[in-house]
Design a protein around this ligand. Structure first.
Ligand SMILES: [Zn+2]
Ligand SMILES: [Zn+2]
Length: 768
């Protein structure tokens, strides 16, 4: 058969392996038996010399033109089979994946694999949960088997607010070996079954929630009207800049309700949702009867699959989730609005391939879906601010006042250098006198407090006290210091050191390995603050009214939910933790918020250090004053004059953003220019250098590099992680198109082949 008479149909398949030689997918023929295979179908194909069976997704079709010059028809293998038990991926999600693959330099197979939860690909937990309740009008049967009657009695004795009950819970309660008696009662009409998401149930139970719909303020109303006017007009981009406590969620909910009434669906993204259960609880409480799907990393595999199926069901619905929910299988044409809450949050950026930014992918999805997108934040990213105020691609809406009944927090900057002097004893105190007094007053008045220190562990420096020796403990595998941790699980207070990059652990040395002097341990960490608070407030500690919240103490999302639930009920008076507690929490009784060291992030070698410090200080200060009571935020810092800290204390986002954008402009940095970062990783340092130099030379030689700045290779700020040396090349372009053209050319000529050695990060958010 020659190519001209070849009538075979071919398909492009994204296989879940990291090949980048075929960025658009591998070509397979479609056997006659599988002629009905469709776009987005899950298939199995033979791969490689051994014809190993691998899973993939159909991402395109065509005739012999797909073969191009390099492939011959006789060597093309056929698709082996189609898995019709898995819902196909909607065409719009495939187009999104193709865009990601090209924009973020990620193989299409890796991208598709990142989009579909593995539980869905593997078919885990396909059965959804059943909840049962007494039937409204049960049949008047004369006799019921005693075992079944016991089930009815158990339900009847329950408080109505705890019904319907999960079928497994009921089975355990009635001590039944199987579901059979319950199912029989459903069949006979004595019980009613509903499919209920266990995820939603969990949220309803764990967080005390206020489901009231507030009457919108004039400001809120004007934003609602303005965005709702755009709901039927295709794609438009909106930025809602509203100070903390200004009621952005109310705006989102009102708009979501309107979209649902139009018979369309809403995609509602929040930062890592397991960390923002209050927002989740509020949405669920407000929109209870609507169809809802929730997608986030805190779910079990079975729950993920169940929620994925719920999102794929036709009909208007709301899909809530973290970053990856942007790929929810909502059918083409069904989406009416996308909301991205806390759009500045760095958890929207995925730090492994495909290195996409959830907010930017959401904007792309809104374009493809021809629907509006609303980004919201009290501290917008400079990217979004620039888009709204300078580039004019986004409409700006503002909420300048806190909602009625809320006070503006009083933010005080405390010069920590001066506070240290006030202490008479020689101990190092991390909680200065100002903060200590404020905490005592708050507790005496029955109030609660939140304390932030954005660093885990106990102390982050282990060093020789002798400066002429200069030894400092480093990880054996990384160019980074080890962090001292207390093993709190055993209560033995045993200490060890851990590397926060490769997680290697070691004993805490007592003596310097070079000169044998006793080592000094210093620096800050949440465990050390916990210890100090235990000493300052022994009564709270002994009554268990105080909790540490960081990823060491909260290993599961449910731990965090439980802790927040205890705080909401007032069982806890004080929470100390990392940025986990700076996000979106809303507790009316919080009278004091303390920041131990506002400069922790300020001196990192990253051009976003100022922006991040501003965001953190503003966001955490916004956690107090959420009622008629006064709220005080006390910001301890060694750099009381640092611009981002001063601006955050004054709640002056606009001033900060204007100055910071001017500085970015001067240095040609994002968002004015586009940045991509190529990171070369190799165990051998000189090999890493050689590869980097070669890569740069090849990039510079491309005609597409003419108007692009390709910097010389330099070691990354963390020069080695997990035994691999890291060298970066920064690429800066005036427009996204220039950057994309260069990367596309480099990829098609196999100059850039992302994989183990080379990682490409387009629009990076962290530069360490
Ligand atoms: Zn390490
Ligand atoms: Zn020494």
């Amino acid at each position: 058969m020659t190519a001209s008479t070849d009538t075979t149909r071919y398909a492009r398949i994204a296989v879940q392996r990291g090949f980048d030689r075929h960025p658009e997918g591998l070509v397979y023929s479609i056997p006659a038996s599988l002629h009905s295979v469709g776009l987005g179908d899950h298939v199995t194909v033979p791969l490689g010399r051994g014809n190993a069976s691998v899973d993939g997704v159909v991402v395109g079709f065509g005739g012999s033109e797909l073969l191009g010059a390099r492939l011959t028809a006789s060597r093309i293998k056929p698709i082996a089979c189609v898995d019709s038990t898995i819902d196909p991926i909607p065409a719009i999600v495939i187009r999104l994946a193709q865009w990601i693959s090209s924009y973020y330099c990620a193989p299409i197979g890796v991208t598709m694999a990142g989009i579909t939860p593995s539980a869905v690909r593997k078919g885990i937990g396909r059965k959804s949960h059943i909840a049962v309740d007494l039937a409204q009008a049960p049949p008047t049967t004369t006799r019921i088997h005693p075992k079944r009657q016991a089930v009815i009695d158990a339900l009847a004795h329950r408080d109505p607010s705890t019904r319907p009950v999960d079928i497994d819970v009921l089975r355990a309660e009635c001590d039944l070996a199987t579901h059979a008696p319950i199912l029989a009662l459903i069949k006979s009409g004595h019980l009613e079954a509903t499919h209920r998401s266990s995820v939603q149930a969990r949220w309803r139970e764990s967080i005390v929630e206020d489901a009231r719909a507030w009457t919108p303020t004039i400001e809120q109303q004007s934003v609602i009207e303005s965005v709702s006017g755009a709901l039927r007009e295709g794609f438009s981009q909106h930025l809602l800049f509203g100070v903390t406590g200004s009621g952005k969620t109310e705006v989102y909910l009102r708009l979501a309700e309107q979209v649902l009434m139009m018979g369309k669906s809403v995609l509602y993204l929040v930062p890592e949702i397991s960390l923002t259960p209050q927002t989740g609880g509020r949405i669920i409480a407000r929109l209870p009867k609507q169809r809802m799907a929730i997608l986030h990393s805190g779910l079990t595999a079975a729950q993920r699959h169940e929620q994925w199926i719920a999102a794929a069901q036709p009909g208007s619905k709301i899909v809530i989730g973290a970053r990856s929910a942007v790929f929810a299988p909502v059918a083409d044409g069904e989406l009416g609005l996308i909301i991205v809450d806390e759009e500045h949050d760095s958890s929207y950026k995925q730090d492994q391939a495909p290195r996409y930014h959830g907010r930017d992918v959401a904007i792309r999805r809104a374009q493809l879906s021809a629907c509006p997108i609303l980004l919201g934040s009290a501290t917008p990213s400079l990217e979004s601010w620039f888009n709204a105020t300078t580039r004019g691609v986004s409409r700006l809406h503002q909420l300048t006042h806190r909602a009625p009944g809320l006070r503006t927090p009083r933010v005080e900057i405390v010069d920590f250098r001066r506070e240290i002097v006030l202490h008479r004893d020689r101990r190092v105190h991390l909680i200065g006198p100002t903060l200590e007094v404020a905490l005592r007053q708050a507790f005496a008045a029955g109030g609660q407090a939140i304390i932030l220190l954005n660093r885990r562990g106990y102390a982050n420096w282990i060093a020789c006290p002798d400066q002429s020796c200069g030894w400092m403990m480093q990880c054996d595998h990384c160019e980074a210091g080890m962090v001292v941790h207390h093993d709190s699980s055993t209560g033995s207070k045993e200490r060890f050191t851990r590397c926060h990059h490769c997680h290697a652990e070691q004993k805490v040395p007592t003596r310097c390995p070079r000169c044998a002097k006793a080592v000094t341990i210093f620096g800050l960490g949440t465990q050390r603050i916990e210890e100090e608070l235990n000493r300052l407030f022994p009564d709270l500690a002994s009554q268990g009214k105080f909790a540490r919240v960081d990823s060491d103490s909260m290993s599961k999302a449910s731990d965090f939910h439980d802790t927040l639930g205890r705080f909401a009920r007032g069982d806890l008076r004080l929470m100390v933790g990392t940025q986990m507690i700076a996000k979106g929490l809303d507790f009316p009784n919080v009278q004091v918020v303390g920041v131990i060291s506002a400069d922790t992030a300020l001196n990192l070698p990253d051009f976003r250090a100022s922006e991040r410090t501003f965001q953190l200080v503003s966001q955490v200060s916004g956690r107090c004053g959420r009622s008629a009571q006064d709220g005080r935020a006390i910001i301890q810092t060694f750099q009381p004059d640092a611009e981002p800290i001063v601006a955050a204390a004054r709640q002056d986002f606009v001033g900060f953003a204007t100055r910071e954008l001017a500085a970015r402009h001067r240095f040609g940095l994002p968002p004015i220019h586009r940045l991509a970062r190529a990171i070369i990783r190799h165990e051998n340092r000189s090999e890493a250098q050689r590869i980097a130099a070669h890569l740069r030379a090849q990039l510079v030689s491309l005609p597409e590099a003419r108007d692009v700045v390709i910097r010389e290779p330099v070691p990354c700020p963390i020069a080695r992680i997990s035994d691999r040396w890291r060298i970066q090349i920064e690429i800066l372009a005036a427009t996204p198109a220039q950057l994309q053209q260069l990367l596309a050319a480099a990829r098609s000529q196999a100059i850039v082949v992302p994989g183990e050695v080379l990682a490409v990060d387009v629009d990076p958010v962290a530069l360490l």
